[in-house]
Write a protein that binds this ligand. Structure first.
Ligand SMILES: Cc1ncc(COP(=O)(O)O)c(C=O)c1O
Length: 394
């Protein structure tokens, strides 16, 4: 990678990946890895899924790109399918290129619709890599630190008059951007009553709710979307990653009211690959495969199995602080401060051919395999993990 500016914050792992199929990534030298990270949580159907590949090649023969001044039925179709799985009736959507862009689009849309340029986010939200989402300027965000809510004795009985909620200047804020389970990559799930109260308080003050489903969406968390663990319907939903199963397409969908508001105000957003037919064809295929193979339910069951087995394997190892997950989005949190065990397991697993993710600077290993991973592959990972742990313990 001599000619690549390496700036991802991660060390280079596989130096020359030449092929990826299903759950496996192959290296030039012949090594093969079980990818329990799905790229970067991007391939719910596994790498180079044959149906998605076929859809790409069929669509490429017809039309790849048509320009943002032209329409195509395939684009409208894809939006209709996305709206169906979000449960938004009579809504509208737009197709973009990355998860960051979908979130940024949603933020811009709320600014325009509410005419307020400050929004609320939880302190550990990732949001995106650039723009208001990435830069997180102080003047653009009201930060809600929910650390205490995680251990609050009243967390299942959260009240709207709790000072953490009551002190928020709702009327000055355009809305709330909620990540239902990412928490900056640490896989934390804010309690339902806390979020439902927050949403209601925003709604009472005319605020809009954008959910960032870039990581949690498209079946990853055991439902189509992470917000479906809560009791509200969002005004806007941003999605990416798994939506294209490796093809770079993202989307933001919104209710009919938000769309009407934006259209009335002449909302403007333009980029070259907006609503490209190829990306939209991929989206339709990904949704079809997930539905036909019942992957949302099946991945939830596999996630429960994985979580149970991990709990068994780690019982008695007190360096493990916690195991949490929803669906096939699982995190193992280790005690600090040296991050010794997390780094050791990450390295040893990789040496034995298993890819899990370790966030730089954190004590958390993440396991986010393709939703269609076979149990025998999960078992091979669990067996190897068990061996490594026994060896570590000496
Ligand atoms: C929760 C969350 N939102 C947004 C993004 C940005 O998505 P992308 O990298 O496709 O721009 C990420 C990426 O990891 C993410 O984890």
């Amino acid at each position: 990678m001599e000619h690549i500016l390496w700036c991802t914050g991660h060390d280079l792992k596989i130096k020359n990946a030449v092929k990826a199929r299903g759950c496996f990534v192959y290296e030039q030298e012949g090594n093969c890895y079980l990818d329990l990270e799905s790229g970067v949580w991007v391939t719910p159907l596994g790498h180079s899924n044959p149906r998605v590949n076929q859809a790409i090649s069929d669509q490429a023969e017809k039309i790849i790109h048509c320009g943002y001044y032209n329409g195509s039925k395939i684009v409208d179709n894809a939006a209709r399918e996305l709206l169906k799985i979000t449960g938004i009736k009579k809504g509208k959507g737009v197709f973009l290129s990355s998860g960051s862009e979908a979130v940024e689009f949603g933020i811009k849309a709320i600014h325009k619709a509410t005419e307020k340029n400050k929004l609320l986010r939880l302190h550990d939200s990732f949001l995106g890599s650039y723009g208001a989402a990435g830069e997180k300027q102080k003047e653009a965000w009201y930060l809600l630190d929910w650390t205490d809510c995680q251990v609050c004795s009243e967390k299942e009985n959260c009240k709207k008059d709790c000072p953490a909620l009551e002190d928020i200047p709702y009327s000055e804020l355009g809305g709330f951007v909620f990540e239902p389970g990412s928490a900056g990559g640490l896989v934390k799930f804010p309690p339902q009553p806390f979020i439902d109260n927050l949403v209601q308080l925003f709604r009472e003050n005319g605020g809009l709710i954008l959910v960032n489903e870039v990581t949690t969406g498209i079946g990853r968390s055991g439902k189509w979307f992470g917000f479906q663990y809560y009791g509200f319907q969002p005004d806007l939903v941003a999605m990416g990653k798994g939506l294209g199963n490796g093809y770079p397409v993202s989307a933001t969908v919104m209710t009919g009211e938000v769309a009407k508001n934006l259209e009335g105000k002449g909302f403007y957003y333009q980029q070259s690959h907006q609503n490209d037919p190829l990306g939209c064809r991929v989206v339709v295929e990904v949704i079809d495969v997930i539905k036909e193979e019942n992957l949302v339910n099946r991945s939830r069951e596999k996630g429960e199995y994985l979580l149970e087995r991990l709990k068994e394997i780690f019982s008695g190892f007190d360096f493990l602080k916690g195991i949490r997950g929803r669906g096939l989005m699982v995190a193992l949190e280790f005690s600090g401060p040296e991050n010794r065990e997390a780094a050791y397991l990450h390295r040893e697993l990789f040496n034995k051919g298993f890819i899990v993710s370790l966030r730089p600077g954190h004590y958390v290993l993440r396991i986010d395999p393709p939703l269609n991973i076979e149990i025998k592959h999960l078992d091979s990972f669990l067996q190897e993990l068990e061996k490594i742990l026994v060896f570590y313990q000496g």
